[in-house]
Ligand binder design. Structure first.
Ligand code: NAD
Ligand code: 0WE
Length: 261
């Protein structure tokens, strides 16, 4: 489905990363990929995983550093000569802001979450756009239900995801005339590095699976298949959209115990 196409994937930390599942799926369908790592600590893991890809371009990129972002797109232009899709799978908030009371959110914590989790999509899309000229580009980011409804403890990340989903709509409008589509996938909770530090995650996974229409949790590979769709010609009429890959959880308006449901 992506033979002869090129893409860049931001957000691989380890084999459980949603970004890694997406990279693998896109590569299986013929895409040539660039992948980035946040820092030297994650570089070795990303290099090891990228060994499974054909001729990967591996680059450092801390999303809070404009110089690093510039260098990434310069290297991609030199190696690939253009870009067909961009996967943004990055989020960060200070741990204390995911544990305490939302009302205690600090100015610095708010800015950090917005910078890494929401603004970074604009920073990356702006540099990708010229490389996507005349190529029907696709930009895909990862969101979560906590951006539109209250999920206890998601707190400042929920506000960042609300901003991220608004960024998707404004970028879709801004880049649409150049043929570039911008969409988000809102995934159900998955046990990845970003989620494993969260206290009560196992309970949350169980309660979600108990009420979701499909009666189970979400898998990385399911998210990856929707990312493949959004990068492919099949989704050519879709932009500015949030697609849920969450076993149907978000449609529910009442949560009965499973035996009564
Ligand atoms: P993950 O920990 O594997 O991925 C998060 C990535 O963000 C890591 O690769 C990390 O290096 C990167 N990152 C953080 N700060 C960065 C920075 N300053 N610069 C560059 N990269 C930075 O976890 P994941 O669950 O695969 O998360 C990927 C995306 O999916 C996130 O946007 C997350 O909000 C979203 N998401 C996750 C879930 C879930 O339950 N796991 C559900 C819905 C959405
Ligand atoms: O987007 C996320 C988590 C993103 C995240 C995770 C961490 C943990 C480590 C952002 N920043 C940090 N900072 C750290 O120091 N998810 C969708 C997973 C998640 O996180 C939650 C959830 C779910 C689901 C937090 C509270 C409640 C539910």
């Amino acid at each position: 489905m992506l033979e002869g196409k090129t893409g860049i994937v931001f957000g691989i930390a380890n084999k459980r990363s949603i970004a890694w599942a997406i990279a693998r799926t896109l590569a299986q369908h013929g895409a040539r990929l660039a992948v980035t790592h946040q820092n030297e600590r994650l570089e070795e893991k990303v290099r090891e995983l990228a060994g499974q890809l054909a001729e990967p371009l591996i680059l450092p990129c801390d999303a809070s550093e404009d110089d690093q972002i510039d260098a990434v797109f310069k290297a991609v232009e030199e190696a690939f000569g253009g870009l067909d899709f961009l996967i943004h799978s990055i989020a960060f908030a200070a741990r204390e802001d995911l544990e305490g009371d939302f009302t205690d959110t600090s100015r610095a914590g708010y800015h950090l979450a917005q910078d890494i989790s929401a603004y970074s999509l604009i920073a990356l899309a702006r540099r990708a756009a010229p490389l996507m000229a005349g190529r029907d580009g696709s930009v895909v980011t990862l969101s979560y239900l906590g951006g539109e409804r209250v999920v206890p403890h998601y707190n400042v990340m929920g506000v960042a995801k609300a901003a991220l989903e608004a960024n998707v709509r404004y970028l879709a409008h801004s880049l649409g005339p150049r043929g570039i589509r911008v969409n988000a996938i809102s995934a159900g909770p998955i046990k990845t590095l970003a989620a494993s530090g969260i206290s009560g995650l196992s309970k949350m996974l169980k309660s979600v699976a108990a009420v979701a229409p499909l009666r189970r949790n979400t898998q990385q590979a399911e998210v990856a298949d929707t990312a493949l769709f959004l990068c492919s010609h099949l989704s050519r009429g879709i932009t500015g959209e949030v697609i849920y890959v969450d076993a149907g959880y978000h449609i529910m308006g009442m949560f009965q115990p499973p035996e009564e449901a």
